[in-house]
Write a protein that binds this ligand. Structure first.
Ligand code: C2E
Ligand code: CA
Ligand code: CA
Length: 574
């Protein structure tokens, strides 16, 4: 399905005028050449009839044949008609000479033109057939060109065409300084529409989007489809940066208006990345890549916005890609390991258990902390395999450590929301438990509030399934995000972990620290135990003790320890 009128003639008007002018010149030249040959033919004819020299007449006759054939080949239809007319004239003149002047010597001048007419007719026919073949080949070539340079769904230029057009302007700019702007447009969450409503609706939606963009953009700009839900807009007008923003803002606002696709009303938004020639790249590929990078930054910081490419951004993204690539291979190379931070009962300092925390010692990049590593693992989907690996390894190592301890302790493992939302999550946990022969009652999974945000009911169902096996659930980082108490009583949580930022307040004399005491109180009323995270000072410890905080975890009583460190200091924990 094509959008009518979208496929425009992208050659500019001055170019087509030049073509028109050139073709009128060729026509005039053709006519003059043809006329010259006609005059030459007539002169030769005149000499032929006047001369009594037989061999000269024969030579002239041969030249006339050649002129006829040349005219036919060179000028096709016009040449053919001219050759036939000239030969007919010669025939008639010969007949007149034979009949009225009784000149039998001009007989060849009668036979030769008839033969010539037959030859040029045969030739004309064959050449025409050949021309038809050539025309067919050319039209097929044009069709192939259309396929190669235009998008089959929308009919607008495709990636190759956009790149070619950019390269064309870049080449021109060597003669005269030129500046142009490339805007990379990526629809936000198009995949959701495709996945939930099917590819047919997805295609119709894309057509509606491109049609809306085309209705807004300036006629001198070129829009193309780079692939999927990605588009590129080429602006070759002298716009200042704030004018570019204003222009893109108008496209953005229009895309934010709902789309009626069949029976569905669909809402969308788009992320825009901008690169400018010549500052942001010297080749079309580089400009497209950099506009894409600028767009990528928008995607990772909330979508539906505009971003201009700059050199720092490039360094940042390349560093991230490097980190990403290294992380992919890190698991295979045993660069990742788990450390264990102890948790204690606040009033008796009895060991409650350990929280497993991941570490990545990269030979190339050094020690990468989880705050850098986990978000990348989440963005790339690596978290699914990495998370399972962490859980399994933590279980194996913890079993070894706890078998040397006299105390009954628990293992707490952090679970990313991406992992938690996977339909196979509970099965994965069960599989790890059975593979490691781990007692589920000794396992606690730490999740953050973000697991409730999309669906509290779904989270509650998963919690119930985990609790059926005997696993405990801890709500991590409480106080950093959503922090709504209203849903806590609806969810089967065993432990609430108060975030370090709240515990830090306990070092100061302010009213905010009262919140921690109140929170502990409230949790106890709801039968939820409390862990205070990041306890570093005696002052914090005293406050938490006074307010009956169940457990504490922090540098004051124990930093995260590696497996070997733990094994050497095991007696200290017993
Ligand atoms: P978290 O779950 O809140 O983990 C506690 C973090 O606080 C740990 O940082 C720990 O080393 C640090 N910490 C504990 N006590 C103190 C203290 O007294 N003072 C200070 N300054 N820091 C303290 P870490 O290991 O860098 O982990 C950071 C975050 O990365 C974790 O925060 C967690 O959200 C995430 N993370 C760590 N390991 C994993 C994992 O295996 N899986 C997942 N999904 N996330 C993990
Ligand atoms: Ca945690
Ligand atoms: Ca935490």
């Amino acid at each position: 399905m094509h959008i009518k009128g979208l496929k425009k003639n992208y050659n500019n008007i001055s170019q087509s005028k030049i073509v028109e002018y050139n073709s009128s010149i060729t026509l005039a030249v053709k006519f003059i050449i043809l006329l010259c040959f006609v005059i030459l033919y007539v002169i030769l004819l005149f000499i032929q009839f006047k001369t009594t020299n037989g061999s000269l007449a024969a030579i002239i006759s041969q030249v006339e044949v050649m002129i006829s054939i040349y005219l036919e080949i060179k000028f096709n239809k016009q040449g053919y008609i001219t050759a036939v007319l000239l030969n007919c004239t010669q025939c008639i003149t010969s007949i007149i000479h034979i009949i009225f002047l009784n000149r039998l010597d001009v007989m060849p001048g009668f036979v030769t033109p008839i033969c010539t007419i037959i030859i040029v007719s045969l030739l004309y026919n064959n050449i025409n057939q050949l021309n038809d073949k050539i025309a067919e080949i050319l039209s097929q070539k044009e069709k192939l060109n259309t396929l190669a340079y235009f998008d089959s769904l929308t009919g607008i230029p495709n990636r190759s065409m956009i790149l070619r057009k950019m390269q064309f302007i870049i080449n021109l700019s060597k003669l005269e300084n030129m500046r142009f702007v490339l805007v990379f447009i990526d629809l936000d969450d198009f995949k959701k529409i495709n996945d939930s409503l099917g590819h047919g609706t997805g295609d119709d939606f894309l057509l509606a989007v491109i049609s809306r963009i085309c209705s807004i953009i300036n006629k001198n700009d070129l829009i193309g489809r780079i692939g999927g839900d990605e588009f590129a807009l080429l602006i070759q007008r002298p716009l200042k940066n704030d004018e570019i923003i204003e222009y893109i803002e108008s496209i953005k606002t229009s895309l934010n208006q709902p789309f009626q696709i069949g029976n569905f009303v669909l809402n969308t938004s788009a992320s825009f990345g901008v690169s400018i020639f010549p500052d942001d790249g010297q080749t079309s590929d580089e400009l497209l890549k950099n506009a894409d990078m600028a767009m990528y930054k928008v995607k990772s910081s909330g979508k539906n916005d505009i971003n201009f490419f700059n050199k720092e951004l490039k360094e940042l993204i390349l560093k991230k890609i490097d980190l990403e690539n290294n992380l992919r291979s890190a698991q295979d190379y045993n660069e990742i390991y788990v450390v264990f931070q102890p948790q204690y009962t606040t009033n008796t300092k009895k060991l409650r258990g350990f929280e497993a925390l991941v570490r990545w010692q990269s030979p190339k990049l050094g020690l990468i902390n989880p705050d850098t590593m986990i978000p990348i693992a989440e963005e790339t989907g690596i978290i699914i395999s990495l998370g399972e690996w962490i859980l399994k390894n933590a279980c194996i190592k913890f079993k070894e450590i706890s078998s040397n301890l006299n105390a009954d302790v628990i293992l707490s493992v952090n679970i990313s929301t991406i992992q938690f939302m996977k339909p196979t999550f509970v099965d994965m946990v069960k599989k790890v438990l059975s593979e490691t022969d781990f007692d589920p009652c000794k396992l606690e999974l730490e999740v953050t509030e973000s697991v409730f945000i999309s669906s509290a009911e779904y989270a509650a169902r998963i919690f119930e399934k985990l609790k059926e096996i005997g696993i405990h659930i801890a709500l991590d980082d409480f106080g950093t995000g959503y922090s709504s108490l209203s849903y806590l009583h609806k969810l089967p949580i065993d432990i609430l972990k108060i975030d370090k930022s709240f515990i830090d307040e306990l070092n100061h004399y302010n009213t905010r620290k009262q919140i921690v005491g109140d929170l502990i109180n409230l949790m106890h009323k709801m039968n939820i135990a409390v862990v205070a995270e990041g306890v570093e000072t005696e002052k914090q410890l005293n406050y938490l003790n006074e307010h009956n905080c169940d457990f504490i975890q922090g540098f004051l009583w124990g930093k995260p320890l590696s497996e070997t460190e733990l094994k050497t200091s095991i007696s200290w924990f017993s």
